[in-house]
Design a protein around this ligand. Structure first.
Ligand code: 5GP
Ligand code: 5GP
Length: 227
């Protein structure tokens, strides 16, 4: 090779390396976050059911979020690989079932799913492409049935109040790891179970002990509203 083309090749490789660095953000683990629809909908802000109908009375997926061990997280990592629903057409009926949107105005779910992929999913591209990301998230939901686990422990979405510690213990006894619970307030200001966080390794398939928990606190006794 002549000198000029060697220089060109090196420049090209260097550019490629820099590009990969800028896109392939590394991360340490995922938060797998599920939301209780009753607690999304009974707030002052209320909610809208998806155009496909009222979701099941079950936890729904919120997202699978790449995180760093220090509690910070990357977001919107790749503007060149935005959500493309044609890549996941085989998963859409499962998404409608297990990842329903409750935001207004009503839509089929595309707004929620594209937000989650663009903001969070693009930061895990080094491990999972778009199809792999959604499939892994759906599989986590099927593998760990939080509502069943809670109900087996006598904790039911019946508008009753439960101690935060009984909720955490029931889940950790069943899955082997302590979850993180996020609360919000219903329209009357009562503290209630809103979201459950589990930690997942970078492959998107195995639970791990949470390296760090998010900030925020629930009351020691919280409501579990019906839906
Ligand atoms: P909020 O302010 O409602 O807690 O969070 C708003 C949004 O910020 C979440 O839906 C999620 O997209 C992002 N977010 C909040 N906390 C975390 C976190 O600990 N890790 C990651 N990856 N994203 C988070
Ligand atoms: P994050 O909180 O992950 O940043 O993103 C939440 C975004 O998704 C918000 O813009 C919210 O309006 C939209 N969204 C659509 N459907 C839902 C839903 O069912 N639950 C939540 N928490 N956010 C939703």
């Amino acid at each position: 090779m002549e000198k000029n083309s060697v220089t060109l090749t090196i420049k090209f490789l260097l550019l490629q390396y820099l590009f990969v660095l800028s896109v392939a953000q590394n991360f340490d683990f995922f938060y797998f976050v599920q939301q209780w629809p009753g607690s999304y909908c009974d707030t002052k802000q209320s909610c809208c059911y998806p155009t496909t109908g009222k979701p099941a009375a079950d936890f729904g997926i919120h997202g699978l979020w790449p995180n760093y061990n220090d509690g910070t997280y990357p977001s919107n990592c790749d503007p060149n690989n935005l959500y493309d629903q044609s890549k996941i057409s085989d998963l859409i009926s499962r998404m409608q079932q297990d990842w329903p949107t409750l935001a207004c105005p009503s839509n089929s779910g595309t707004t929620f799913w594209s937000h989650e992929w663009d903001k969070h999913g693009t930061c895990s591209e080094s491990n999972l492409d778009q199809h792999g990301y959604f499939k892994a998230t759906l599989n986590l939901k099927s593998k760990f049935d939080l509502l069943q686990i809670l109900q087996n422990g006598g904790i039911n979405p019946d508008g009753g109040s439960y101690s935060l510690s009984s909720i955490k213990t029931t889940i950790s006894n069943a899955i082997g790891y302590t979850p993180w619970i996020e609360c919000n307030s219903d329209a009357d200001g009562n503290n209630q179970l809103y979201q459950i966080y589990l930690c997942v390794d970078k492959s998107g398939s195995n639970l791990i002990k949470c390296p760090i928990f998010p900030n925020g606190q629930c009351a020691s006794t919280i409501r579990f509203p019906s839906f």
